[in-house]
Design a protein around this ligand. Structure first.
Ligand code: 26M
Length: 827
């Protein structure tokens, strides 16, 4: 690519800016990549550009660190095993306010910004909703000028790459670091030592009458922090994401090397470094894998040492830790932190139990993200004691004191005691991480109103009865920067031209769009943008999977992890039903649809993988049947990730949010669709309930059983055969699958799906199917009245302000963390 520095053809001030940008780029190309313009490829330019942005961010970070240290303000520490950040370059440019200038500066040298943005590897350090929420929270924390560090794991391999081979999901390793990562800075000077295994012993400290406990470890692992700067929008503050990488302990190396066992020493190095090797690809269901517990303890122990180091830098002792630190547990994955902080305070800093416990409880908050009982983390006591012998002792002591307190309150209720215990008895004894998180925190929250109510009534009922004041709801949110401004620039511009740009940091201002609902030119512009976005997605689909889709058809989209409770199966049954109708009544009028799926199945989740295969198999038949005549297309986009999401939301007409009521804690994709003017077909589940409240029942396609009806149905005994026998279309749909139409040569392939539907149908697909199909008909009729549809779409965007992560974070900050903004003064 030639790089010639010419005139930018813009105003003088901007012109100097442009030439400075160009100079910085060339410098980085030379001094970071070691190439000149003649040999540089697009990836070299990407890296040079990334370093230009990184330099700006680091400049701001240095001032932020100074400001925070001087203010001695309270900090938020967000502990999360996952941060699904998405690509950083575009986001950094937008947050620095450099996006347009950079585009011009690059174009001026014959470089295309969009092309360079595509060179960035996807940092997929999360499974789905929980990890992406953590990323949106980091964006909002900085935008609100709240002092914060996100602590997590620097996985060498993120979420697996999904390939589709003969319609089946195949997993490949995600080598996201192979070209280096310009966004991170290793900080070996802040390394920490982490112990594993061994035993504990009692000893007497010099000059002290009291006994102390010490932990003699079997192994030491080193944690090296890797810092990623997190910019905010319209602020000079830059917070940190601090991710830990495991390396072998040096003392350990020395012993082995001295003993002459060179190869053994190197092998042990590999064992240590395994800890941060790979992200576990499970979403919702958990297997009690030893390495997973090691990962959890490793990153939490590293983070707590770091938090203590920072506290002691500014304060004389740890007695006031809770006044200056709020630590939030993102689900139970970091819940071991409760026991670790107790261990540090008691064993390392000689606190009394009661004082240590008060500090711990006042410091931690716990967010629950799931109601699915199989998703509640429990670790076998055996494994726990082997890996973390001191923590098991501490957990027993916490439990002992806790249950004594419960006994006073409920003297004759052994069942309640058993349910509240941190240890599950009967069969293999296990440590209940949710119970540990609850007793060790002063605040417990769910992630949507319905979810929090169900937590209080079901999963955490006993804790709620014990401590009702600990509980609150914090409905999830998304960052409008990535999920509108960045991913849908055309719509963002139309909105800003219409109502100004205050919505970017005050999403409720989108309400002002309602005043323009009757402006025909505005509606046309809105529709034209959706159309352009659909054209561009159609090109992407063609490049990715070779399918031609009709951009004038309704884009009906379901993108999320593949899970039975999310009911992608119900969606594909609807597709088959539409297909059957076309085959049976070829002359009937239909509203053309493109049904798009994206999502990964956990590699060990056979039923989810079979659903992926069914979607692809149905796509093969439907897309190649000439009698369908392009009126129905089915697309499965492989390897759904944040970058792909950024293309999909802006081009969607219909958002599928069809989980069994009571099963989706919140959902956040639902918010991204509505923000981009897609209409929702959905159940009364998770945040759908609140979205519908906000956008209005008339602008939301509701169907299906409620949480209470699902429970009632299950209580009396749900009989899926009834629906098969009484609904001829449903019968035909299942019969077609059973006929082998979608599995030529493998007639039994989809039997497990049919069995699951007809034997117990745990996710109520059969019970909700008729209502879903009927609702879809209503959707199609509405889509035919394009003007009505556009009005509904505008109202969805206009009324979605509540679901800004800025609002969510402001609520956490005020009600749980008690932290205040510390803005960095302008230069
Ligand atoms: C467990 C064990 C081993 C490996 C991974 C896991 C695991 C990882 C993530 C288990 C669950 C995980 O996440 C649960 C989750 O993503 N919950 C989602 O959280 C979102 C944010 O609050 C909600 O919007 C979704 O409704 C909820 O499903």
């Amino acid at each position: 690519v030639p790089l010639s520095l010419g005139s930018a053809g813009v105003a003088l001030d901007a012109e100097t800016q442009v030439s400075q940008i160009q100079q910085a780029l060339v410098n980085n190309l030379h001094w970071v990549q070691g190439k000149d313009e003649q040999f540089a490829n697009a990836h070299d330019y990407y890296t040079a550009l990334a370093h230009s942005v990184r330099n700006q961010l680091l400049k701001k970070r240095i001032r932020t660190a100074k400001t925070y240290a001087e203010a001695k303000a309270k900090n938020v520490y967000y502990l999360s095993a996952e941060f699904l950040m998405g690509r950083q370059l575009g986001n950094g440019l937008i947050n620095l306010g450099m996006y347009d200038t950079m585009r011009h500066a690059l174009a001026d040298c014959g470089l295309d910004l969009d092309e360079l943005l595509e060179r960035e590897a996807e940092p997929g350090l999360g499974n789905g909703g929980l990890g992406r929420l953590a990323a949106c929270f980091m964006d909002s924390l900085t935008t609100l000028n709240l002092p914060a560090i996100g602590y997590g794991i620097r996985y060498e391999f993120g979420i697996f790459t999904q390939l589709i081979r003969q319609g089946h999901q195949v997993e490949a390793p995600d080598k996201w670091l192979s070209y280096g990562n310009p966004w991170e800075i290793a900080r070996p000077d802040y390394r920490v030592e982490i112990k594993f295994g061994g035993h504990t012993e009692v000893y007497k400290k010099d000059g002290d009458d009291d006994y102390q406990v010490r932990w003699i470890q079997a192994q030491t692992v080193i944690g090296i922090p890797h810092d990623v700067p997190v910019p905010g929008y319209g602020t000079d503050n830059v917070n940190l994401l601090r991710l830990w990488k495991a390396e072998a302990g040096e003392a350990f190396d020395l012993d082995a090397f001295n003993a002459g066992d060179y190869f053994g020493a190197v092998a042990n190095k590999m064992i240590s470094e395994n800890i941060t090797k790979v992200l576990y690809p499970n979403d919702e269901t958990r297997q009690g894998k030893e390495l997973r517990l090691q990962q959890q303890y490793f990153f939490v122990a590293c983070s707590l040492q770091d938090i203590i180091r920072l506290h002691l830098r500014d304060h004389s002792n740890l007695g006031n830790l809770a006044e200056f630190s709020a630590i939030q547990l993102n689900d139970t994955h970091p819940a071991i932190g409760v026991a670790e902080l107790m261990r540090l305070l008691i064993d390392e800093y000689s606190f009394e139990w009661a004082a240590a416990w008060q500090i711990t409880q006042r410091t931690f908050g716990y967010t629950n993200h799931t109601l699915m009982p199989e998703a509640l983390e429990k670790w076998s006591v055996d494994l726990f004691g082997k890996l973390l012998p001191r923590h098991l002792e501490i957990i027993y002591e916490i439990n002992h004191r806790f249950l004594a307190q419960v006994k006073l309150r409920y003297p004759n209720d052994p069942d309640r005691l058993e349910r509240l215990s941190l240890i599950e008895e009967g069969g293999e004894r296990r440590v209940r991480m949710a119970n540990l998180a609850c007793v060790g925190s002063h605040a417990i929250n769910g992630v949507a109103a319905l979810h929090t109510e169900l937590l209080k009534q079901e999963v955490l009922q006993d804790f709620y009865e014990l401590w009702p004041d600990k509980f609150s709801n914090k409905t999830n949110g998304i960052t409008p920067r990535r999920w509108l401004l960045q991913c849908n620039p055309r719509l963002a511009q139309l909105i800003s031209e219409t109502i100004g740009d205050s919505w970017i940091t005050n999403l409720d201002d989108l309400k002002q769009l309602e005043a323009h609902l009757d402006d025909e030119a505005f509606r046309h512009a809105w529709q034209a943008i959706k159309q352009e976005n659909k054209w561009s997605l159609a090109r992407y689909i063609h490049d990715a999977v070779g399918i031609e889709v009709n951009p004038d058809s309704m884009f009906d989209v379901q993108i999320k992890r593949i899970h039975e409770y999310k009911r992608q199966l119900m969606n594909v049954l609807h597709v088959i039903t539409l297909y059957n109708r076309m085959v049976q009544n070829p002359g009937d009028h239909v509203v053309p649809r493109t049904v798009i799926f994206g999502g990964k199945a956990a590699p060990g989740y056979a039923m989810a993988k079979l659903v992926v295969k069914l979607i692809n198999a149905v796509a093969d038949v439907v897309n190649n049947d000439p009698s369908v005549n392009g009126r129905l297309k089915v697309v499965f986009l492989p390897n759904y990730n944040v970058s792909q999401a950024q293309r999909l939301f802006p081009a969607s007409d219909l958002s599928e949010q069809i989980s069994t009521a009571g099963m989706e804690a919140s959902g956040t994709g639902n918010m991204k669709f509505a923000l981009n003017g897609a209409l929702t077909i959905g159940t009364l589940d998770g945040a759908n309930v609140e979205i519908r409240e906000e956008v209005g029942a008339d602008n939301f396609f509701l169907f299906g059983l409620t949480t209470e009806q699902v429970a009632a149905c299950k209580a009396v005994g749900h009989n899926p055969w009834y629906y098969y026998d009484t609904n001829p279309e449903l019968k035909r749909t299942l019969d077609v699958i059973a006929s082998g139409l979608f599995s030529p040569g493998e007639p039994d392939l989809f039997l497990p799906i049919l069995d699951s539907l007809l034997v117990d149908d745990p996710y109520m697909v059969m019970a909700d199917f008729a209502a879903y199909v009927q609702c879809q008909e209503h959707v199609s009729r509405t889509y035919e009245d394009r003007d009505r549809w556009v009005r509904m779409a505008i109202l969805n965007t206009a009324r979605i302000g509540k679901f800004s992560a800025d609002r969510t974070i402001a609520d956490y900050a005020r009600e749980i963390w008690k932290v205040k903004a510390v803005p960095v003064a302008g230069e």
